[in-house]
Design a protein around this ligand. Structure first.
Ligand SMILES: [Zn+2]
Length: 345
């Protein structure tokens, strides 16, 4: 197959961490566009609007990959599916369903602790639903729209809108390394995942996308994790979450809360070491904690996160784009690159 004209582009659609909305930064969401096909990772606050702002086409949205089921990562998944519904039709009827991949139900319910005891259990019949459950409930919850709106407007068959797949990964275990599982592979785009460590959000996932132009890994939310470092090994880009626990401490977060956050996130003092050990070309910071863009400047984030990393460190921001260009092995001709592009920008 000719590769002429193929191009892979990363766009950060939102870079804020945590659910509380902040001005000036949208919730966590990234897109990888491969030859016009759009793959989204997480759907945080504002994701559908950011998708449109970035010039992306809802009819080309092929799949959404969810790292974990906290609301800051899936809160705008309903909109991502429903707002673009009317565009998902071609000459032969409905387009292929949007695929949503994400964590399965946990094997066992997370235990509470003395501080966070469970006061009210929501939906006790299924208190920890997985991704397929979430999609089923989104569709059920929006049944009015899906059933009634087509009476007044032409809409494609709602039954073709979305298909969800739970990803089965081995449970994380201290000292045991897991090989990535294959999530998606059509011969052009390969997506693999590993379980990472994000408190009691089990499973929480990291993803790696491999395309003819290069590879991009997404950390999801995690502490420093050996399986993530292995997953991201040699990637062109690692999009990694970052927290500044020192900043939070200086601004009143107490020690118990800081200890909990340290079990959830990779600190700005650690992320450069992760990128160095993963031997990635570029580390792009995202999912900021604190999320407020006025709290810490991009220059400061990049400077501090880049400590210990010999590659490029970039403080991500909403709308940041990176194009990956296929790079032939040294001395090899590059038959696929009709434009002679051999650089990476
Ligand atoms: Zn998060």
């Amino acid at each position: 197959m000719s590769r002429a004209g193929q191009r892979t582009e990363l766009v950060l659609l939102g870079t804020a961490g945590a659910p509380l909305p902040v001005a000036g930064r949208a919730g966590i969401c990234s897109a990888l566009i491969v030859d016009g096909r759009v793959f989204v990772v997480d759907c945080g606050r504002g994701a559908p609007s950011a998708f449109a702002e970035a010039g992306l086409d809802f009819s080309r949205l092929e799949a959404v990959f969810v790292t974990h089921l906290h609301a800051d990562h899936v809160g705008d998944l309903p909109g991502m599916l429903l707002y673009g519904w009317g565009a998902r039709v071609g000459g032969n009827g409905p387009l292929a369903p949007i695929r949503v991949y994400g964590p399965s139900r946990p094997r066992q319910l997370p235990a509470g602790d003395a501080v966070f005891h469970r006061q009210t259990t929501i939906h006790p019949d299924l208190p920890a639903p997985g991704t397929a459950d979430l999609i089923e409930h989104i569709v059920a919850g929006y049944a009015y729209h899906l059933n009634v709106m087509p009476l007044d407007c032409y809409m494609p068959d709602a039954g073709a809108l979305v298909r969800a797949t739970d990803i089965a990964v081995p449970a994380p275990a201290e000292g045991i390394h897991h090989v990535p599982v294959s999530v998606f592979d059509d011969g052009i785009v390969q997506v693999t995942a590993v379980a990472v460590t994000h408190g009691r959000a089990i499973p929480a996932l990291a993803y790696r996308f491999s395309t003819p132009d290069g590879s991009v890994a997404f950390s999801g939310d995690t502490t420093v994790n050996e399986d993530l470092i292995a997953l991201a090994q040699g990637a062109d880009i690692l999009v990694h979450q970052v927290a500044d626990l020192g900043y939070l401490k200086r601004h009143g977060t107490d020690d118990a809360e800081l200890a909990r956050m340290a079990a959830l996130h990779t600190d700005v003092t650690q992320v450069g070491g992760v990128a160095e050990r993963a031997r990635v070309r570029e580390l792009i910071l995202s999912h900021y904690l604190p999320a407020d863009p006025d709290a810490i400047t991009e220059a400061e984030w990049a400077q501090r996160a880049g400590n210990g990393f010999s590659g490029i460190t970039t403080a991500g921001h909403d709308g940041l784009r990176r194009t990956l260009h296929h790079q032939p092995a040294p001395g090899q001709p590059d038959p696929g690159d009709a434009h002679g592009r051999r650089t990476y920008s």
